[in-house]
Design a protein around this ligand. Structure first.
Ligand SMILES: Nc1nc2c(c(=O)[nH]1)N[C@H]1C(S)=C(S)[C@@H](COP(=O)(O)OP(=O)(O)OC[C@H]3O[C@@H](n4cnc5c(=O)[nH]c(N)nc54)[C@H](O)[C@@H]3O)O[C@H]1N2
Ligand SMILES: Nc1nc2c(c(=O)[nH]1)N[C@H]1C(S)=C(S)[C@@H](COP(=O)(O)OP(=O)(O)OC[C@H]3O[C@@H](n4cnc5c(=O)[nH]c(N)nc54)[C@H](O)[C@@H]3O)O[C@H]1N2
Ligand SMILES: [Mo]
Length: 769
């Protein structure tokens, strides 16, 4: 357990989702250095030193006063109440009793344990795995969540139309292929380097910048389609097509229309490898609805001239073209459509399956995409089996809590929301990831009990009834492993736990004991025993492959182990191209489905049987004339360590910085460096202003991740004084097919904020009374 190893004054290896590094404690100060072998290390590791002992950390177990005094039950005081500190044994007894009560009265259907979130990189202390294992092995099951906020639409639609989602992102066109083979990279939503800097489980080599440089040096053209020029790095030397956000499907349709109209599409590829082209072509040419989807049609929708669309289409013909579509495009209304249409464009060009060509969905979004897979498995904590089986699509949490018993559509089925009484979160931050936070607050007010394990006082922790302080990754030993990075890391313990913080594992072990199921959860192992046990799987695989297989102690002493990697073979689409009969893709027809009979039979207007332009409900209008792009932050992962120095240094006057175009600013008397109020019918937040001509006029960009900071928490729709865009975003699914998150895009108005600037309180611990 955690106290076995002392803090270290020597530099020792550790890992995070934002990169492998080494660290040491010297005179009470944490020092961090990037991994020496990393060609392009990520500065986000610089959030650690100031975060480790920051007062935003949670020092001891806390219970909300109203819950303690009145017991479990719906309460609008959540997020507005004070907290009472409690000793570990007492709080564990209290929570153990509450879990028993829920289990006796509601069974597993009463607990939502989806607990979505990235938590930390170590594979054993991975909070998601820990909480699911606990709920499965010691509690008896829970209501789960499926899919992700990342790829809610793509991961659902891809199996119907293209094949296996994991293979599409992780076993497809690699950066090595781009560097060596691509002639044109047409990147919808770009491939911002800030994004590939991050990879779950840790990453020791950031290769994207170098690969783009090499491709460019060879003469490859990068074309960026999207509202922000910074979505491709300077190294790519990209041309910029600044379309209106949310209109990529229309642009892709017009590109394919031009190809077809000019006889530049690859009919032989379409005939051999796809099904449904004739149905789609009738729609494309306007035979189905009287409207050809040509460049003239697309120009006013997309904000890109018809000439520019036509000449772009012609440039794609006859060259090795890679089409990429960022995750961001599908995190919006009808997000399934650009994912599907991107595949149709790549198919119409006949490029799918060629080295450096075809469809690189989400390439560049995360550091483990476009890389070779490891040839041996890494450590993963077994989560046990969930005997309950009920689930929601992950982004439907507020809908579920607000409408128990209500019906909703998902993957062609009508399902019913369960009546959840207790929500248990460890390793995620719904006040970061969810949309329409005022609505989320209402939803959480309806619970009996909200339990949160956290290392810091996030807004989620502040809205909880029972808050248990978790250790930060640096305060425990673990193994860092990502499926597509060759370095497995012996993550040494660098620092002592903060205050009374405990490992999630130790907390769940103690609760399991109170539920009479300690052995089922721990299997009698200490944390160190588990690390040895989980390592053995990799060691065994190495041995079977006839490779050096050091034992755990040797691995630990060496600080890491380089793993063999699988070949860069183009994955299932290369094999399919070479022999579609022998290697069909795992869709219903075995081909790429340009028309899907399965999806058509579901009869959803929000996702018909072939890709189509479906105008969004939320468009700029008189009251909210601007698009807001709420994308990933450059200086942190999501909301993690927002109080760290590297994240704070990127703020201005303590606020998150929004980028806007000078014409939109001038029209409202806004200057660079001003504070603005962004608002719509759902909420409002403050942000600082950075003016730039590298953004399409009419678009404002505000990254996610600034901690929600309500000026007056008593209000129903308080002003967030810090700049969390999720007070503005809309809580609606992508479509009835996938019900994915639509947080990337919304509509807003803005004005200069002239009042007294309210203080930032998000990083101060809440009142303890
Ligand atoms: N508007 C809008 N919203 C979005 C997006 C968007 O594009 N626009 N993007 C979405 C996407 S792609 C994602 S993936 C989600 C991300 O949403 P999340 O994954 O929920 O965000 P994180 O900030 O990574 O949350 C992880 C939390 O776990 C805590 N933590 C870290 N380590 C540990 C640990 O060991 N134990 C415990 N108990 N806690 C730990 C951290 O302090 C942090 O609060 O956000 C989504 N939200
Ligand atoms: N530094 C850092 N890196 C991260 C993360 C992080 O929090 N911080 N999060 C990680 C996670 S979990 C994920 S899932 C990935 C997310 O990967 P993405 O979702 O792809 O990343 P984003 O930065 O949200 O969006 C990429 C860009 O898409 C553009 N865009 C938005 N809407 C549109 C549109 O309608 N059309 C076009 N053409 N472009 C549009 C925006 O300009 C935006 O900058 O990033 C990962 N990488
Ligand atoms: Mo994500």
């Amino acid at each position: 357990m955690s106290a076995e190893v002392a803090a270290t004054t020597e530099f020792r290896p550790h890992s995070s989702h934002w990169g492998v590094f080494t660290a040491a404690m010297r005179d009470g100060e944490l020092l961090v250095r990037p991994h020496p072998g990393d060609p392009d290390p990520n500065d986000i590791i610089q959030n650690f030193p100031s975060a480790l002992r920051h007062p935003a950390r949670i020092a001891q177990p806390m219970v909300r006063r109203g819950w303690l005094e009145r017991g479990p039950g719906p309460d609008r005081r959540r997020g507005r109440d004070e907290f009472v500190p409690m000793a570990w044994d007492a709080v564990l007894d209290l929570l153990g009793g509450e879990l028993q009560r829920i289990r006796d009265s509601h069974g597993p259907a009463g607990v939502f344990g989806g607990s979505y979130g990235w938590s930390s990189a170590g594979r054993f202390h991975h909070a998601q795995s820990q909480i699911h294992r606990f709920l499965n092995c010691a509690f008896g099951g829970y209501v789960a969540s499926v899919n992700s906020y990342s790829s809610g639409a793509a991961s659902v639609i891809v199996p119907y139309i293209l094949g296996t989602y994991e293979e599409l992102t992780k076993h497809n066109v690699t950066w090595d292929q781009v560097a060596a083979h691509s002639d044109v990279v047409l990147a919808f939503g770009g491939m911002a380097l800030k994004n590939a800097m991050v990879a779950g489980g840790g990453i020791s080599e950031h290769v994207e910048r170098g690969a783009m440089q090499a491709a460019r040096g060879r003469g490859c053209d990068f074309i960026l389609v999207g509202p922000l020029r910074s979505d491709l790095p300077e190294e790519a030397g990209a041309e910029w097509v600044a379309n209106i956000p949310g209109t990529d499907t229309a642009l892709m349709l017009a590109l394919v229309h031009t190809l077809v109209a000019e006889g530049l599409h690859d009919q032989a590829f379409l005939d051999r490898y796809t099904v449904g082209w004739p149905v789609f072509e009738r729609y494309l040419l306007g035979e189905a609805d009287g409207q050809p989807k040509d460049a003239d049609w697309a120009a006013p929708i997309t904000g890109v001239s018809a000439d520019a669309i036509r000449s772009l289409a012609r440039r794609l013909h006859g060259r090795r073209v890679l089409v990429t579509v960022a995750h961001a495009l599908q995190r919006a209304e009808h997000g399934e459509q650009p994912v599907w249409m991107g595949a149709v464009l790549a198919a119409a060009l006949g490029q799918i399956g060629l080295p450096g060509g075809g469809y690189g969905y989400a390439l560049g979004a995360i550091g483990y995409y476009g890389r070779r897979a490891n040839a041996v498995p890494g450590p993963t904590l077994p989560q046990g089996r969930n005997r309950h089986g009920d689930f929601i699509p992950v982004a439907r949490i507020a809908d579920m809590l607000l409408n128990p018993g209500a019906a909703y559509r998902y993957k062609g089925q009508t399902r019913t929301y369960p009546d959840v009484r207790l929500v248990y979160w460890a390793g995620g931050n719904p006040f970061h990831h969810h949309q329409d936070l005022n609505r989320l607050r209402e939803a959480f007010a309806r619970l009996d009990t909200l339990v949160v394990h956290e290392l810091a006082w996030t807004a989620t922790a502040r809205h909880a009834d029972i808050v248990l302080p978790a250790t930060m990754t640096l305060e425990r030993e673990d193994i860092g492993y990502s499926s597509h990075d060759p370095l497995m890391v012996a993550m040494h313990r660098i620092a002592d736990p903060y205050g009374e913080a405990r490992d999630d594992y130790d907390i769940f072990a103690a609760l399991s004991r109170r539920l009479g199921a300690e052995d089922a959860f721990t299997e009698g192992r200490s944390s160190r025993d588990w690390l040895c046990h989980l390592y053995a799987r990799t060691q065994q695989a190495l041995r079977e492959a006839g490779l050096p297989a050091p034992d755990f102690d040797a691995f630990w002493a060496a600080g890491g182990l380089r793993l063999p990697q699988a070949p860069d073979d183009g994955g299932p689409w290369r094999a399919f191209r070479e022999d579609p009969e022998a290697n069909p893709v795992p869709t219903p027809s075995g081909r790429i489905e340009i028309f899907s009979e399965t999806i058509a039979a579901y009869g959803e207007a929000s996702c018909p049987g072939h890709p189509a332009w479906l105008p969004p409900e939320e468009v700029p209008g008189a009251a909210t004339p601007l698009h807001l792009v709420a994308n990933q932050p450059a200086t942190r992962l999501h909301s993690q360590l927002d109080f760290g120095a590297h994240s704070v240094a990127a703020k201005h006057r303590g606020r998150e910085v929004a980028s806007l175009h000078p014409v939109d600013a001038a029209a409202r008397g806004i200057a660079d460096g001003d504070i603005i109020r962004l608002f719509n019918g759902r909420g409002a937040c403050l942000a600082a202003v950075r003016l730039t001509t590298d953004i399409r006029p009419g678009v404002v960009q505000l990254a996610t991740g600034a901690w929600y900071d309500p000026e007056n928490p008593e209000d129903d729709r308080p002003l967030c004084v810090h700049g969390n865009p999720n007070v503005l975003t809309r809580d609606a699914g992508t479509s009835a097919l996938a019900q994915g998150c639509t947080g990337q895009l919304t509509v807003v108005e803005m004005e200069r904020f002239n009042g007294n600037l309210p203080p930032i309180r998000a990083f101060e611990p809440p009142m303890a009374g």
